[in-house]
Every structure is written in C-alpha cells, then in structure tokens.
Design a protein around this ligand. Structure first.
Ligand SMILES: CC(C)(COP(=O)(O)OP(=O)(O)OC[C@H]1O[C@@H](n2cnc3c(N)ncnc32)[C@H](O)[C@@H]1OP(=O)(O)O)[C@@H](O)C(=O)NCCC(=O)NCCS
Length: 202
C-alpha cells in the first residue's frame, strides 16, 4: 500500500545538492527549466508555455508537500524536482498490500544533464525513505524511449518489475517499464499478482 508521506520541512544535503521543499520564490528557476521543450515531455507532461502554468504546478507542489526542490549548491539555483509520489494501480498490485511503498519521479534542467546529478539526488532520497522512514519498497517507471531515465534507475539499484502501458498527461499511451527496489534491510517476500507481466522478481 501507499505509505503516508509528507516532506514536513525535510532537508537532505549531498555533495553537490540540497533537497528541500519548494517555496514560492522558486518560481523563476522552476519556469526556466519547465519551459524548455523536450524536458517535461520525457516525463509525460507538456513543457510550460507560460509562467502562470509553472505557478499553478508550484502551488500544487507546495500544497501537496511531497516534492523536493533540487538546489545546485554551486549557484543556489533550483535545477529540478524529485517527487515521492503515490504509486499507481494500488488495487491491481495486490502483492504490495502488506508492504508500505511510494513511487519516485524526477525532472532535471537540461543544462545539467549527464553529470550524475539525478542519481545523486535519488540515492539520497532512497536512503532517507528506507533507513529513516523505514519504507518497504519503492517503484520508479520510465517510458521505453527514455533511456536516460532508465540509466538513472539502474544506477540507483532499481530492477525491472513489469512492462506497462502508461497514460501520459499529454493524452497519449506509452509503453514502459515499472522498476522496483525493495528495502535491503528487510525480508520482503512479494507475492506476484500478475505473473504474466512480470519481468523480474528478486
Ligand atoms: C532522466 C534525467 C533526470 C537524468 O538525469 P541526469 O542527472 O542527467 O542522469 P545521468 O547524469 O546519470 O545520465 C543518465 C544518462 O543520460 C544520458 N546522457 C548523459 N548526458 C546527456 C545529455 N547531455 N543529453 C542526453 N542524454 C544524456 C547518458 O546515457 C547517461 O547514462 P550514462 O551515465 O550511463 O552515460 C534527465 O535526463 C531528465 O531530467 N530528463 C527529462 C525528464 C525525465 O525524463 N524524467 C524522468 C521521467 S521517468
């Protein structure tokens, strides 16, 4: 099942990054990367065509309190986001019903791609969720075309779990993969409810 999760002011520091809740003054940095074509599209949403759109999403980030702003220490800019989302298909994925988990989602400003920044952020959040909040499992997905995101998930230890066709916020359906990571400190014995779509089980 989905674990209850709120940032509650949590701040995580890594070598190059600060992860912290979004605040209203992040609007300009957020719009700067969200307006770039080909960034959001890889995550299934349209690039922002106005700052008002970014404001609307920023308001949601602040209200829902589950998305970290990724701040690059070197210039103190917000260069991306990392959401601790509800995983979908809770009803269908009955094998998760005795375990607590969430889904990780992320986006990084294009100028910062290829420096290992997102793996650094994701690993720090995994550490927090498993070792401080004691979650049992995490999911993370990518569309088949998104080899960049696939690599991030591989680097962070996620393993392929199911093939999926996912609906995007662009109104399209994209084939992809749902990855799974279980808390290595725990004895997680998952019982698979849809073995026909199972790719890999630990
Ligand atoms: C996916 C994403 C977060 C990766 O973050 P990152 O910090 O660049 O990750 P990495 O530096 O580890 O690079 C991952 C892979 O991207 C590829 N890559 C590296 N530099 C790149 C560049 N400038 N342009 C395109 N791809 C690049 C490489 O294949 C790399 O894998 P490698 O390290 O094995 O060579 C980033 O590309 C992004 O924000 N994409 C758009 C949004 C998105 O896809 N979100 C995830 C939805 S599931």
């Amino acid at each position: 099942m989905n674990a209850i999760f709120h940032l509650n002011g949590k701040v995580i520091e890594t070598e190059r990054l600060i992860l912290r809740p979004f605040v209203n003054s992040d609007l300009d940095d957020f719009y700067e990367y969200a307006k770039v074509e080909g960034v959001g599209e890889m995550a299934g949403w349209h690039h922002h065509e106005s700052i008002e759109k970014s404001q609307e999403i920023l308001n949601r980030f602040i209200l829902e309190d589950k998305t970290f702003a990724i701040v690059y220490k070197q210039n103190n800019k917000v260069i991306g986001s990392l959401g601790v989302e509800m995983y979908g298909m809770e009803e269908a994925l009955t094998e998760f019903c005795n375990y607590y988990g969430r889904e990780i989602g992320y986006v990084l400003a294009k100028d910062y791609w290829g420096k290992g920044i997102m793996p650094e952020a994701v690993k720090a959040v995994i550490d927090y969720l498993f070792n401080e909040l004691n979650l049992d499992f995490l999911t993370c997905g990518y569309y088949d075309f998104n080899t960049q995101s696939k690599r991030v998930q591989e680097k962070c230890g996620f393993k392929p779990y199911r093939k999926l066709v996912m609906e995007t916020r662009l109104g399209t359906k994209e084939p992809g993969v749902l990855n799974l990571l279980t808390n290595p400190e725990k004895q997680i014995k998952l019982k698979f409810s849809h073995p026909e779509t199972l790719i890999y089980a630990e």
